[in-house]
Design a protein around this ligand. Structure first.
Ligand SMILES: NC(=O)c1ccc[n+]([C@@H]2O[C@H](COP(=O)([O-])OP(=O)(O)OC[C@H]3O[C@@H](n4cnc5c(N)ncnc54)[C@H](O)[C@@H]3O)[C@@H](O)[C@H]2O)c1
Length: 264
C-alpha cells in the first residue's frame, strides 16, 4: 500500500529536477499525478515515463489563466485535488546596482507570484471540496541565507516562506495544511552552471555537515512526507533539506574545534 493511495496531486516544475523526482515518487506511492511545466515536451515525456494515471499540462505559473486551467484539468481528470507541490522556479544572478528590472521581476514573478497564483486556485478548489488537503511550496535555503548576486531569488524565497505561513493561518480552518521546503544545493539543471564553476562543488560540500550535494530524490522524500497523512498535524512550517549546511554559520574553512582557547 502506498502513502498516497487514492490521492490526486499536481506538481509544478515537474519536467525536471526536484519536481520530476517528486512526481515520480508521488506516483510510486499511489497518487494520480498532474505533471505541470512550461516545458511542454519535458512534461509530456515525464508523464509518459511515470505512466499510470499521470498526465501532463503545459502551463506558465506566472499566468493566472494557465494556473486556473491546471486546477480545472485536475478536477476534470481526477474528479478532485488533494495535494499540490508548487515547485516551479528559476534562478538569476546579478549585482544589485546592475540588476535589470525585467530580470529581477521575472525571478519574483516565477518564484513568488507563481506560488501565490497556485495557492489561490488550489485553495479555492480544496475549500469547495471541504475535505482538507496538503499544499507544499518550494522555497530554498536562500529564504534565510543571504547570497551575493541572488537578491531577487533570496527575496522571492523568503517571501515564499511568509506566504506559506499566512496561507496556513488562513486555510487551517478548512483542514488545509500549507508547508514549505527549502532545498540545499541539489544536483539539477538549475544549479548545473554554478556547479561548472571550478571549486563550487568542493566549497559547498566542505560547508555541508553531511559532506555531499543533494539529489532531487532527497527533496522528493520530504515532499512525500508533507504530502501524505503522516504529516497531518504539521502546517505553516519551512523545512530545510540541505545536508545541514544552514547550521554552518562560520566562515568556510574555520573550524573552532581546532582553535586553541581556554574554556574555563
Ligand atoms: N537545485 C537546487 O539546488 C535548489 C535549491 C534551492 C531551491 N531550489 C528550488 O527548487 C525548485 C525546483 O528547482 P530544480 O532545481 O528542480 O530546477 P530545474 O531547473 O531542474 O526545474 C525547474 C522546472 O521548473 C520549470 N519552470 C520554470 N519556470 C516555470 C514557469 N514560469 N511555469 C512553469 N514551469 C516553470 C522549468 O521548466 C523546469 O522544468 C525551484 O523552485 C528552485 O528555486 C532548487
Amino acid at each position: 500500500m502506498g502513502a498516497l493511495d487514492g490521492k490526486a496531486a499536481l506538481v509544478t516544475g515537474a519536467a525536471s529536477g526536484i519536481g520530476l523526482a517528486s512526481a515520480q515518487l508521488f506516483a510510486a506511492e499511489g497518487a494520480r499525478v498532474a505533471v505541470v511545466d512550461r516545458d511542454a515536451d519535458g512534461a509530456a515525456e515525464a508523464a509518459r515515463e511515470i505512466g499510470g494515471n499521470a498526465f501532463s499540462i503545459t502551463a506558465d505559473v506566472t499566468n493566472e489563466e494557465d494556473v486556473a486551467a491546471v486546477v480545472a484539468a485536475c478536477v476534470e481528470r481526477f474528479g478532485r485535488l488533494d495535494i499540490a507541490f508548487n515547485n516551479a522556479g528559476i534562478a538569476g544572478n546579478a549585482a544589485i546596482q546592475d540588476y535589470p528590472l525585467a530580470a529581477f521581476r521575472r525571478v519574483i514573478d516565477v518564484c513568488l507570484l507563481g506560488v501565490f497564483l497556485c495557492l489561490k486556485h488550489e485553495a479555492k478548489q480544496l475549500i469547495a471540496q471541504g475535505e482538507g488537503g496538503s499544499l507544499i511550496n518550494t522555497a530554498s535555503i536562500n529564504a534565510t541565507q543571504a547570497t551575493a548576486g541572488l537578491s531577487a531569488y533570496c527575496a522571492a524565497k523568503a517571501g515564499v516562506v511568509m506566504l506559506t505561513k499566512v496561507s496556513a493561518l488562513e486555510l487551517g480552518q478548512h483542514g488545509i495544511r500549507v508547508n514549505a521546503i527549502g532545498p540545499g544545493h541539489t544536483k539539477t539543471p538549475l544549479t548545473a552552471r554554478a556547479r561548472n564553476v571550478p571549486g563550487f562543488d568542493e566549497a559547498m560540500i566542505g560547508a555541508t555537515p553531511l559532506g555531499r550535494l543533494g539529489e532531487p530524490e532527497d527533496i522528493a522524500q520530504l515532499a512525500l512526507y508533507l504530502a501524505g497523512d503522516a504529516s497531518e498535524w504539521v502546517s505553516g512550517q519551512a523545512f530545510y533539506a540541505d545536508g545541514g549546511i544552514t547550521v554552518n554559520e562560520l566562515p568556510p574553512g574555520f573550524n573552532i574545534l581546532e582553535a586553541r582557547f581556554d574554556n574555563a
